[in-house]
Write a protein that binds this ligand. Structure first.
Ligand SMILES: [Zn+2]
Ligand SMILES: [Zn+2]
Length: 114
């Protein structure tokens, strides 16, 4: 009676403790969301990374305000800041807070357009 109620997955009907989808379909759905929303380089980003990156941006704003350090351009004011990997995951980078660089979206896009 104390056990949490299980619900059928919206996709396959398998009973799950997740709110709406079984683990496999939850993951698939999340990837689909990422694909429709984000650019190619955002594919494969985990929720944990998003949380870490958001925390890095919050901390950056607390320390520096709405200020982008700049990527190949001088530092400039910007409130459109975003967290990015210093060493890309494709090159062995981790989701550690130490591997996060805060840049505005413009600089971030320029960096990835190389
Ligand atoms: Zn399912
Ligand atoms: Zn910038």
């Amino acid at each position: 009676m104390a056990t949490r109620r299980q619900r059928p997955c919206l996709v396959c009907g398998t009973l799950t403790r997740n709110p709406s989808r079984c683990d496999a379909h939850q993951q698939q759905w999340q990837q689909q969301q990422d694909r429709t929303r984000g650019s190619a380089h955002q594919r494969g980003y985990t929720q944990a990374w998003r949380t870490t990156a958001a925390a890095a941006v919050r901390q950056h704003k607390a320390e520096h305000g709405d200020w982008c350090p700049g990527w190949q351009v001088p530092a400039h004011a910007s409130s459109d800041l975003t967290g990015d990997h210093i060493t890309p995951k494709a090159h062995g980078g981790t989701d550690d807070p130490g591997n996060i660089q805060v840049l505005c979206r413009g600089c971030n896009a320029r960096k990835h357009a190389r």
